[in-house]
Write a protein that binds this ligand. Structure first.
Ligand code: MSP
Length: 649
């Protein structure tokens, strides 16, 4: 019998000098998704996050509030702890560097490295700012002064303890060369190797307790506290019971750290050399992601554009945020957050593509089979759809395992598109009109139910709430074996005919772009110089606003006149999901000449009723005069080579 693989995934432990924001939320959502994905893959998983609570920065932040560091760190650590449930983060341990077991492990490692001869005492000279209570480096100075305290730092010589990091340089280079996946994506591995091409300095790992006492005392010299990075990195060992214990044995070999590019050097250089000196095997992998900017600008307190996780959940919903952040950022590269981008993803991918597939399928099973999942006809297989599902699972498994979440989700959405097309091609509503087609109808509806089950299974790590809602709607017990792992549930045909479906709400309500745009406009007006812009300027729109309008190619699959109307036609279009559009083109087109046309629609228009028919979108047309001088309309169209659903950019 093969042993279960183990995975130990960690986030950085966040400094408590700032409140949780979008950047922290992203790393933690990624780690949570990966943890859930590994469980789905069948691994034995442990997931850790936490807070980094020692050092100058924290003392400074507490002093600003006139409270003791202990009181301050308790408050902010709780803010982080209270944030994660809002994002459905399911961690095993929340570690704090002020936890007793962590303090003991840091002392243990320091003693081991000291006993091994890799820590020495030496003099250090540098530019010290008393206001900052730390050494500054040349390039931090502005005109020779500390930018915060506007004083020239003093050149002081201080005695401190140093870690012989330089001794492990060659060993680390060898490890990076022999293990191409030690640091990924590759660009960050190259960055580390390039850094290591110059001689490595030793690392100063202490601060005299006389000027910083908020830290862990060195076990071999009580007059010093540990440098915050030497302390913080060790959290990854503390959390699994190092040095002894079953948990350490079980999880350390599967340790995968997740960080952003800002803390690459401590993780890819300090940490492995520390482990080498302590005689501990190296972690398995370091995954490095890029930075989120907000509206193309760096997120910062002074710009007032820091986005809080609680706000994200309130504005867009937890699953929309989780999906958006994983789908929008190519792991490793920077990405830009904007309200219009997240709304566009919500309305197109979630409300339209996935939401409509779910609601249409469930309502057809309700309408034609009294909400009971029908049995498929045993001789009637739809190989194409089954192959699409198998391709999706293969691509998903590979990409999610490689931290290429955007590609994993792309593969899932290709299948969503295929399932939507399957509905259009098979027209269950037509099959339902013909009794002799009943077995075929049952097969089609069963296949849709089965497609949705597989989607719920694969979406569990990314959108746990939505997946649970889908299972509920499909009448599937979320604890059933076929919804636990890819191994148990990834085969086609496991849904049980006869299962009673349940009524659930829409998976994703559309977010009203117009309302958001109006809010933004009034916001912008408030901040602009007194609303003195001219009318002409007002009629120009920014790209951001244009981006909100979603234009797609649609194929007209059916057309009929609207009774009692001379102008309107009722059209059924595929884009790629099927929808009804009522259009005022009866004066220019006969219904039969429209079928098969590829036209352009505004896909994210709020549905409106025309002559009692709900119209879900609008066709783009242009007015002209024909040779007799009559007013006519012509449809904006594209070649039939362009697939329905293609977005216009
Ligand atoms: N305390 C150290 C980490 C010690 S780990 C042993 C620290 N803390 S931090 O609060 O500054 O967090 C940095 C991490 O927060 C980044 O590596 C990243 O995970 C996340 N992010 C902070 N801002 C971010 C963005 N703007 N975008 C993406 N993630 C970012 O460094």
């Amino acid at each position: 019998m093969s042993e279960r693989a183990t995975t130990y995934i960690t986030t950085p432990i966040y400094y408590v000098n700032a409140q949780p924001h979008l950047g922290h939320a992203y790393s933690t959502v990624v780690a949570d998704t990966y943890s859930r994905f590994c469980k789905l893959r069948g691994d034995d998983v442990r997931f850790q996050t936490g807070t980094d609570e020692h050092g100058d920065k924290i003392v400074e932040a507490a002093a600003k509030e006139n409270i003791e560091p202990r009181q301050y760190v308790d408050r902010i650590a709780n803010l982080f702890k209270d944030t994660w449930p809002l994002l459905d983060i399911d961690y095993d341990r929340f570690i704090r560097t002020t936890d007793d077991d962590h303090v003991a492990v840091v002392k243990h490692i320091l003693q081991t490295v000291h006993d091994g001869g890799d820590i020495y005492f030496d003099e250090y000279s540098g530019l010290y700012c008393t206001g900052c209570e730390r050494f500054l480096i040349e390039r931090e100075l502005v005109e020779g002064k500390c930018p915060d305290h506007l004083v020239e730092p003093k050149e002081i010589t201080e005695q401190n303890y140093f870690f012989k990091m330089s001794r492990y340089q060659e060993q680390l280079i060898d490890h990076l060369k022999n293990n191409p996946e030690f640091v990924t994506p590759e660009r960050y591995r190259n960055e580390v190797l390039s850094f290591l091409s110059d001689p490595l300095d030793d690392l100063c790992i202490s601060r005299p307790a006389s000027r910083l006492n908020w830290g862990i005392r060195l076990p071999f010299d009580e007059n010093f506290v540990t440098y915050v990075w030497f302390d913080a990195l060790i959290n990854y060992l503390t959390g699994i019971g190092f040095p002894g214990g079953e948990m350490f044995e079980r999880y350390w070999a599967g340790a995968e750290h997740l960080i952003a590019k800002d803390i690459l050097k401590p993780h890819a250089i300090y940490w492995p050399t520390m482990l080498m000196a302590a005689g501990v095997p190296l972690y398995k992998k370091l995954h490095v992601h890029g930075y989120w900017n907000v509206d193309e600008t760096k997120m910062s307190k002074s710009l007032g554009n820091v986005i809080q996780p609680a706000q994200l959940v309130q504005d867009y919903g937890v699953d929309t945020f989780r999906y958006f952040s994983l789908r929008e950022m190519s792991f490793g590269l920077d990405a830009s957050f904007s309200s219009s981008a997240i709304i566009a993803r919500n309305n197109a991918d979630l409300a339209n593509d996935l939401g409509n597939l779910f609601s249409r399928s469930v309502s057809m099973i309700d309408k034609y089979c009294a909400s009971i999942l029908p049995g498929p006809d045993a001789t009637d297989r739809d190989d194409q759809l089954q192959n699409n599902a198998a391709e999706m699972i293969g691509a998903y498994r590979t990409h999610m395992g490689d931290f290429k979440f955007h590609l994993g989700l792309q593969a899932v959405w290709e299948f969503v598109g295929a399932a939507n097309r399957y509905i259009v091609q098979n027209e269950p509503w037509s099959l339902a009109k013909d009794d002799s087609m009943r077995p075929r109808l049952q097969t089609v509806l069963y296949n849709l139910g089965e497609s949705l089950r597989l989607l719920a299974l694969l979406l569990k790590p990314v959108m746990p709430r939505t997946a649970a809602k889908m299972m509920d709607g499909l009448g599937i017990d979320s604890a059933s074996a076929m919804m636990q792992t890819l191994e148990q549930g990834g085969d086609w045909g496991l849904s049980i005919p006869g299962t009673k479906l349940r009524k659930v709400d829409n998976l994703f309500p559309r977010i009203d772009v117009k309302k958001q745009a109006a809010d933004h406009k009034s916001q912008a007006r408030k901040t602009k110089n007194g609303g003195t812009e001219t009318k002409k300027k007002d009629s120009l729109i920014g790209f951001d606003k244009f981006k909100d309008i979603e234009l797609r190619v649609a194929e007209i699959v059916a057309a009929e006149p609207v009774p009692k109307s001379t102008k309107l036609l009722k059209l059924k279009v595929v884009a790629p999901e099927e929808r009804t559009i009522v259009s005022g083109i009866a004066g220019s087109y006969r219904p039969e000449e429209l079928v098969g046309e590829r036209v352009i629609i505004v896909a994210n228009l709020k549905p409106a009723k025309l002559m009692g028919i709900l119209s879900e979108g609008m066709l783009l047309t242009a007015e002209f005069k024909d040779s007799d001088g009559n007013d006519r309309l012509t449809l904006a169209s594209v070649s039939t080579a362009v697939k329905p659903g293609t977005k216009l950019a």
